[in-house]
Design a binder for this molecule. Structure first.
Ligand code: ADP
Length: 486
């Protein structure tokens, strides 16, 4: 009998994965992308076992226990696993990881021992990958970056590494003393290695020691080489530019498709766009909005500087006087919670929900007419892709992946757009005064032109923002890396 060729084994390493633990888009990507790669490779995911993960609900089972050394200190590690929608996920449990409920700490500051928590996670991942003969590790952000260094340290390991930067603003920066705690040689305290302004940066390990580096949109790949967006790493990244590419994220249509979304009162798609209004009516009534005829603008996201929350707050006073409704869902820095509360307290056309609520977010996408995304920088952004799939026109600042994925309505022409796969919306220059208000005014004019408004939404909804296109590019990248194994 002919022996079948062993399928290449890929381990997708991430600090957050939907549906187990999520703080933002990384969790969506860490489920959607590996799922899209399943046909081509034998892919599994591995993540830390935080105290907040519901072991019973996800039927997470014990696999094995082993010891890991960081420096002279021994840590007991428990490996667990489960399968969700055909995708196997492993969990790394150890007291310092599992005794905390939050993933990284509070919005104000990370846990003090995050160097050890994620250092231990990476060391355990490499030990596991070695014992199970993985061929390639796909690492994501600073929390998994040290895997690349641990692999390079052991010349006997034949494992390729791909490091994806989802957000350069979070780098995992720690004191120099962390090197010793992690059992890493002092020679890494060098500007070409981990040293970063007197401390050490985990992100630099991913960039320096991985075989290839990607980021989540072609435009962000260019931006991070500049001082404005490079977060102090632009020079370092330029040195490694030959292995850096940008691949736009996709959306997991199994979870984000208005046709099948179980959170919605009324399902719909491009061909039944008119049914969408049923969701809007129900949502506006549920949230006690006074005037159901007005267009609904939504903002969903982390309350942090990056997302342009200051621009939004600045505009709220004026927006409370305009003929529109606004719904905001998010959580984050407490100063923003307070400011938003104050600004919206008396407004009759605004609804604010503080917290993380997956179901509510789906209802909001299904009810809204416009999405506000005034980000100061945005590596890719998922909200604009989700919104276009749900028939919501995005208003975005022209940065990062937003520039790659939201095309100007000035260029929209029905006959030209017919059959193309470009999503259309409004984009503005974040540095221009009053840009957000001006763009909202343009959106209100568009809303009055019901025929064009519907036509654009139907076009956006018929575009394919799934993972398929990105998965093809990642597949060739994986293959070219695997060819380098000697
Ligand atoms: P981030 O920078 O936070 O990763 P992305 O645009 O890449 O931003 O992804 C955000 C994802 O998180 C989207 O799926 C969005 O709908 C979801 N999201 C953000 N905040 C909330 C919230 N408070 N409740 C529910 N979903 C949220």
């Amino acid at each position: 009998m002919k022996k079948s060729k062993k399928q290449t084994k890929v381990l997708f390493v991430s600090s957050e994965v939907y549906p187990y633990a999520k703080s933002g888009g990384l969790a969506d990507v860490s489920f959607g992308l590996p799922k899209a790669m399943l046909g081509a490779f034998d892919v599994s995911i591995i993540m830390p076992l935080y105290g907040s993960i519901d072991i019973k609900r996800f039927k997470i089972r014990h696999v094995e226990v082993f010891d890991i050394f960081l420096g002279a200190k021994k840590y007991k590690v428990e490996l667990l696993s489960t399968t969700y929608e055909s995708l196997k996920c492993y969990f790394v449990g150890s007291k310092i990881i599992t005794d905390k409920k939050s993933l990284y700490g509070t919005p104000q500051s990370g846990y003090k021992d995050n160097d050890l928590r994620f250092g231990l996670f990476c060391k355990a991942v490499v030990a596991f990958a070695q014992s199970k003969n993985y061929d390639l590790l796909h690492l994501n952000d600073w929390q998994s970056a040290l895997c690349a260094l641990f692999i390079k340290e052991d010349a006997t390991l034949k494992i390729q590494t791909l490091f994806t930067i989802h957000n350069l603003a979070y780098q995992g920066i720690f004191e120099k003393e962390s090197l010793e705690k992690l059992g890493l040689k002092n020679e890494y305290f060098h500007m070409d290695a981990l040293e970063f302004y007197g401390g050490i940066s985990f992100m630099k390990a991913g960039i320096a020691y991985s075989d290839a580096v990607t980021t989540v949109s072609p435009n962000y790949a260019k931006e991070i080489l500049t001082q404005e967006f490079g977060c102090g790493l632009e020079g370092f990244l330029s040195k490694h530019e030959n292995k850096l590419t940008g691949i736009l994220n996709g959306v997991d249509l199994f979870h984000f498709a208005p046709k099948t979304d179980t959170a919605l009162l009324q399902n719909y798609d491009a061909t039944s766009y008119d049914k969408k209004v049923e969701n809007k009516k129900a949502y506006l009534q549920e949230r006690n909005f006074e005037n159901e005829q007005l267009p609904l603008f939504i903002f969903i996201g982390r309350f942090t500087w990056q997302k342009g929350v200051d621009l939004l707050i600045e505009a709220l006073q004026e927006l409370s006087q305009m003929k529109l409704n606004i719904a905001i869902l998010g959580e984050g820095e407490s100063k923003y919670h307070k400011q938003i509360k104050v600004q919206t307290a008396k407004a009759k056309n605004m609804d604010i929900c503080f917290g993380y609520d997956e179901v509510l977010s789906h209802k909001m996408y299904a009810s809204a007419d416009f999405l506000l995304m005034p980000s100061l920088f945005e590596p890719c952004g998922l909200n604009q892709l989700i919104s276009m799939s749900y028939g919501v026109i995005p208003l975005v600042s022209s940065v990062g992946g937003l520039k790659d994925s939201v095309h100007s309505l000035n260029d929209y022409d029905k006959s030209m757009a017919c059959g193309n796969n470009l999503g259309y919306g409004f984009s503005f220059d974040k540095n221009e005064p009053n840009a957000l208000i001006k763009t909202i005014q343009e959106a209100l004019i568009l809303y009055e032109d019901k025929k064009r408004f519907k036509e654009i939404n139907m076009h956006n909804m018929s575009c394919d923002f799934s993972w398929d296109a990105s998965a093809k590019v990642y597949t060739s990248l994986y293959k070219s890396l695997l060819e380098q194994i000697v």
